[in-house]
Design a protein. Sequence first.
Length: 479
Amino acid sequence: MQSLGGHPPTPRPARVALWGTFDVDNYGDHLFPRVAAHELGRRLPNAVVDAYSPYGWLHPTGLDGGRAASPLGPWSPERAARLAVSHHLVVVGGGELIHLDDPLLAPVYGTTADELRRMAPSRFFVEGLGPELEADCPVVWHGVGVPWPPAEDGARRLRAALAARPYVTVRDRHSARRLAEAGVERPVDVVPDSALLVDRILPLELLRERLDRLRAGGGYPEPGSPALVVQGCDLLLPHLDAVVAAITRWQAGRPVPLEVVVIETGRCRGDGIFADDLERALAQQVWRLPAGAAVEDLAAAIAGAGVFLGSSLHGAITALAYGRPFVLLNLMGEAKLDGFGDLTGLDRCVVHTAAGIVPALDGALADPAPPGLLAELQHRIDRHFDRLAELASERAAARPGVEPHPALAIDAVADHVGRLRGERDTARAGLARVEVELEAVSRRAGEAERELRALQATRTFRLLGPARDLYGRLRRAIT
């Protein structure tokens, strides 16, 4: 059909919903939506990419850079329907989303396990919109992680949810194996973590400018002083002494010791606690980025490093993307870190004991990543984004009238307000009970005081006065 002017109508832009934990204070989680919006925008001009997270801008973080996701809220058929009619495609990921243990997220959101059970973000990440709605608005997995084998109930959920999905990808072979062991029979592709495209959204020239600002603020050593950029989470605290000893030994063997810069990529994972303890334990000056360092600052610190040492997967990914050597501390046995080593062929850079730190650092400097590795990984991710864009384009052509549902922006907010009102009413009821109890205590205290005054007014109490004085003197003399 042609418009009145004789020209074909302008096609509606594809509308893509991106779901993940982009509302937690963790560096890697804030790379995913920025990379996805950039890459889909390159392939689909005028595409609208809406990021959604369990709480979204109801749980702002210092790392969102003003790009806070919209809140998903708790799953409901009504919420799923409104999301479906507002988008052509739902992309779930990336990140370690498929753990199926919603209460596990309670500490990173600063709330209770019961509240996360109520929110049930895994309903969005696994069940998605449900088969009927997904016939019009497909749901795909975007390089997600499956951190451990699901129990039978979880395996049933996965088998049912993934059976009819048009495209399912995970970011490492361990995740793919766990899905196969759970009985998922459909094809599952392994795609490198999309954050390996970080250099496209944060060009090196931009990071050089950020590094200059960090230096001017006293948070980073001057040019010509190579930096050992170190990061760790609270899971590394039991290994702190061994890590410090390894860093000290390595530094002692260097012709010129490196300047130590401690960064916090996972504030929600206790990186600040580890950084404080490491700074106290190291017998040399430690540089620290300013409080509230942004995504760009963290990327700049790693891109400017002589070598990165830490437990952050996305710290290592950033190092590889900007051609910096790295050593991943997998002292806690996290499969995603081994998966990255497998995927890149850099398993020598992943250590499982503190004793392996010194040789791994030496090896990372002496034997850098092979030429062409990053380009090959990025090419695989490009093919993946080509497929996502193709799916979104197909659905946009099939459903040209898609517009945001009028209630889409208020569902989760209404739920949040309702929950706050419930908490307020509970607090008021508790306060009312306390006031009743205080009134009863006050009444009993008044009655006791009146009884005491009546006793003191009796003739017997007055006659016993000398005896009480004598008893007091005797007690003081004995003691």
